[in-house]
Design a protein around this ligand. Sequence first.
Ligand SMILES: Cc1cc2nc3c(=O)[nH]c(=O)nc-3n(C[C@H](O)[C@H](O)[C@H](O)COP(=O)(O)OP(=O)(O)OC[C@H]3O[C@@H](n4cnc5c(N)ncnc54)[C@H](O)[C@@H]3O)c2cc1C
Length: 435
Amino acid sequence: MKTTYDAVIIGAGIIGCSIAFELSKKGWNTLNVDTLPAAGSGSTANTCAVIRVHYSTIDGTALAYESYRHWSDWSKYLGIEDPRGMAEFIQRGVLVFKSEANNHLKKVTATLDALEIEYEHWDFRKIKEKFPLIDDTSYFPPRRPDDPDFGKKNSTPVTGAIYYPQGGYISDPVLSVHNIQVAAEFHGAVFRFNSRVTDILKENNRAHGVQLADGSAILAPVVINAAGPHSFVINKLAGVTDGMNIKTRALRHEVVHVPAPEDIDYESIGCPSSDSDIGGYWRPEVGNHILSGSEDPECDPRQWIDDPDDFNRNLTDQARAQALRLALRIPGIRIPNQLQGIVDLYDVSDDWIPIYDKSDLPGFYMAVGTSGNQYKNAPVVGKMMAQLILSCENGHNHDTDPLTFHLDYINRDINMKFYSRLREINEESSFSVLG
Ligand SMILES: Cc1cc2nc3c(=O)[nH]c(=O)nc-3n(C[C@H](O)[C@H](O)[C@H](O)COP(=O)(O)OP(=O)(O)OC[C@H]3O[C@@H](n4cnc5c(N)ncnc54)[C@H](O)[C@@H]3O)c2cc1C
């Protein structure tokens, strides 16, 4: 195997593969190195893969809307047909409930209006027409089941929701990453699995490649940290953490899977739904199940993980809390004694907005801090990172003169300062998985 490349990308999750695809399209020889045996086997394997456009900031929303267009035209975007098949975008739209926690979606709808994203206001009559299983009682604020006030009804019901059609979820996120890998390989990208990066090589005060656990070295003038929840470990190896105003940490999260009410084919009719009144989101899952995650309400303790290779992968009381809160909104769901679901890590930045940036070490770049909400944005992140890397390698100083990235489909510019490691905390953020 070759040992010299134009760029080494640490990680072959959805982010690392998207960067490989975009750089290799530009003629770069890239190598993705991953500890795991196949692309998309890290935290991407356990993503809920919800494709939504609503975020707390206008830039976050614009990026998601642009990315949505890529998912809608997946084969055309990638330009290949994967012999394993192409991941399916189940485009059912997204339902977002109005609640006190999201100020009845006033800011969200103003942002959707500004970007001319189509949506409808639904009152509960309309919601019940589509989803007869949903109850309109308000329980805000979200509580733990051991709180004596758990399930306490507020005097007025939830007022309604917005529904927008341009959203849904990806049937098989691991397959989607394989699709990108195949597309990147078509342009010459190389992937090396079962190989752990143990050090970042430097020469003449710039990145020079990576050291692998087997003692071998891969040389490249550009090294990209796309290591997901291990991002802070890699940044430490590169010695770039002190030069970051915004940093990343790994946060443990549980997603519970419960059978839908018996008499309803929720798998065929359900859509991703977000409900701050109960502090959770959910979507249909195969086998007429519903999967549900926490939207990080105040009552849920945050479990920061010091070693992303060593954390509890078993469901705990947290999963049961999520299932019981979901049962408040969908009373017919069945909650077995032995819960099913998944446990994985988010790579969370200080303000829950990602870092797509260079670093203080020339040649070392990072696409990190995806904060539980950037699977959907990976196609555009790949393009943004490719532009950033090419510009910086051509001598542009992105720190003093931040680049602008053009969102082609929606014809809008993003100032990439928004994703800088040097930014101040963005107070507009939801400081949650909602981004
Ligand atoms: C439970 C859960 C639900 C989510 N739901 C959604 C959702 O509905 N919608 C959405 O948009 N986003 C969602 N996300 C977030 C989304 O999945 C992530 O933002 C995205 O998958 C991160 O991709 P990544 O490529 O950065 O990380 P990963 O997929 O984790 O890839 C990083 C790779 O780096 C490798 N690596 C790490 N260290 C090293 C090393 N030293 N040497 C070599 N390789 C290394 C790992 O093995 C791994 O494969 C969710 C995340 C989780 C955990």
